[in-house]
Design a binder for this molecule. Structure first.
Ligand SMILES: Nc1ncnc2c1ncn2[C@@H]1O[C@H](COP(=O)(O)OP(=O)(O)OP(=O)(O)O)[C@@H](O)[C@H]1O
Ligand SMILES: C[C@@](O)(CCO)CC(=O)[O-]
Ligand SMILES: [Mg+2]
Length: 439
């Protein structure tokens, strides 16, 4: 069991193949992003020792609840012989959280607050001291890059640490080395709790986003039914793909997009099922290609991968989850012959990825960026396949900084008007400062 203050962090993700079909038990391929979410857990001052507080400045949310007014009686009893939480939300607890505890919040704020309350009530106890949970992210929100999963993983990790369900990780040199069985068990548990957070945020998640946000790296993921364990194949020799990540800046919610596909499937099963099967088939082909030894990754290999990107986008368009702005991004990359483009994540807005052709001159990529930025789109430079969830504790060498971080980086009060999210990565970011350890 650890005590506050401490930081946890988890990455966003890019789905390369298979979104939406993943919800129906088809495989999907995704990799962790270098853009990440950070959560600071800190103890409240004495006068606020009876409240738990959320400070989520990115969604302009600040909310406190009196700890003893929370519906502790509605928390389901955990079976003593199962460590992992069930994969379904408990209806009684969801009803008890209901609308009253999160009144006046926008849908964007409410889903994060409900995810927090659900995990806090399940993992903590009424006799814990008053604390503040402050979330900041370098990820765009609701843009297909797994912001909700990175928040859910951060919340699950912090609350599991506080309750003693998991211990801080051993320090490792890089994401692939030093397998440690205790850390593996811990991150599996964090992943399972984060899945419930994702359920609070978007209803019927496949689990791929929280799997990548907790474990990091690149994975092939397949959701299994009837209580069978999900497939999560770590793709170790993931080839270095040249990708451009473009945010249409068109807001949308994953919950709405996923519900739309569910409606289509119900209304036109004979049409929709073959589309999902087509996505399944192309993801399986892509998986084989991405597993090829390096010496076989030639021009023909690259072309095949790009073709699959194009087909995947076409099938997502058929499912009705594209958006005119995503089509404008695709058209610009097609016109400049940069590569093949698909939407990534739930679509309806949010991000697209372009798999760039090997021989494209930098001047053309520059032109693309100018054109896209001119339309108000954001172009991200990021790398794929990094660390999963990790934590950072105060030490002798960073003791002086903690107070400043709490005040300047994480407090809603100080954040409003500050704007620059990159600042957080530079100040406490993974890779920017020493001391982070990963499960
Ligand atoms: N920085 C943040 N602070 C607080 N809440 C956040 C933050 N980022 C995401 N969220 C929560 O996640 C929700 C957005 O999740 P949603 O699943 O719709 O989009 P996404 O995860 O960014 O995209 P996708 O699921 O397609 O990858 C927000 O409504 C909010 O509840
Ligand atoms: C649209 C979807 O397939 C991906 C969202 O990032 C939903 C999910 O798998 O949970
Ligand atoms: Mg999400």
């Amino acid at each position: 069991m650890v005590s506050a203050p401490f930081l946890v962090s988890a990455p966003g993700k890019v789905i390369l193949f298979g979104e939406h079909a993943a919800v129906y038990g088809k495989p999907a391929i995704a990799a962790a992003l270098s853009l990440r979410t950070f959560l600071l857990t800190s103890n409240n001052a004495a006068e606020f020792s009876d409240v738990v507080t959320l400070e989520f400045p990115d969604v302009e949310l600040q909310y406190s609840w009196k700890i003893d007014s929370l519906p502790w009686n509605a928390v389901p009893k955990r079976s003593i012989d199962t460590v992992r939480p069930p994969s379904e939300l408990n209806n009684g607890l969801m009803e008890a959280i209901g609308q009253d505890l999160v009144a006046d919040l926008s849908p964007l704020q409410r889903s994060a607050a409900v995810a927090f309350l659900y995990l806090y009530l399940c993992l903590c106890s009424p006799d814990m001291p008053g604390m503040t949970f402050s979330v900041r992210s370098t990820l765009p929100i609701g843009a297909g890059l797994g912001s909700s999963a990175s928040v859910s993983v951060c919340l699950a990790a912090a609350l599991c640490l506080l309750s003693g369900e998991v211990s801080p990780p051993e320090k490792k040199e890089d994401s692939d080395s030093d397998f440690n069985a205790a850390d593996y068990a811990s991150i599996e548990l964090i992943d399972a709790w984060a899945f419930l957070g994702e359920r609070c945020i978007h209803g019927t998640p496949s689990g791929i986003d929280n799997a990548v946000a907790s474990h990091g790296g690149a994975v092939m993921f397949q959701r299994m039914s009837k209580g069978n364990p999900n497939v999560r194949e770590t793709m170790r020799n993931f080839p270095p793909l040249k990708l451009i990540l473009i945010d249409s800046r068109q807001p949308r919610r994953t919950a709405v997009q996923v519900a739309y596909v569910a409606m289509l499937l119900q209304k036109h099963p004979l049409v929709t099922e073959p589309i999902l099967d087509g996505i399944h088939a192309l993801t399986s082909e892509a998986y084989k290609l991405l597993q090829m030894p390096k010496e076989k990754c030639d021009d023909a290999w690259e072309e095949q991968l790009r073709e699959l990107v194009r087909v995947n986008h076409g099938l997502l368009v058929a499912l009705g989850v594209s958006h005119p702005k995503l089509e404008a991004i695709k058209m610009a990359t097609d016109e400049l012959e940069i590569g093949e483009t698909k939407l990534t994540g739930a679509g309806g807005g949010g991000c697209a990825i372009t798999l760039v052709k090997k021989d494209v001159e930098e001047s053309r990529i520059f032109e693309l960026k100018q054109r896209l930025e001119g339309h108000g789109f954001a172009v991200y430079e990021t790398s794929l396949g990094g660390f999963g969830a990790g934590c950072l504790f105060p030490t002798k060498s960073n003791a002086a900084e903690w107070e400043e971080w709490e005040e300047k980086l994480f407090s809603l009060h100080h954040m409003l008007g500050l704007g620059d999210r990159e600042h957080i990565q530079q100040t406490v970011g993974v890779g920017s400062i020493e001391g982070w350890a990963f499960w």
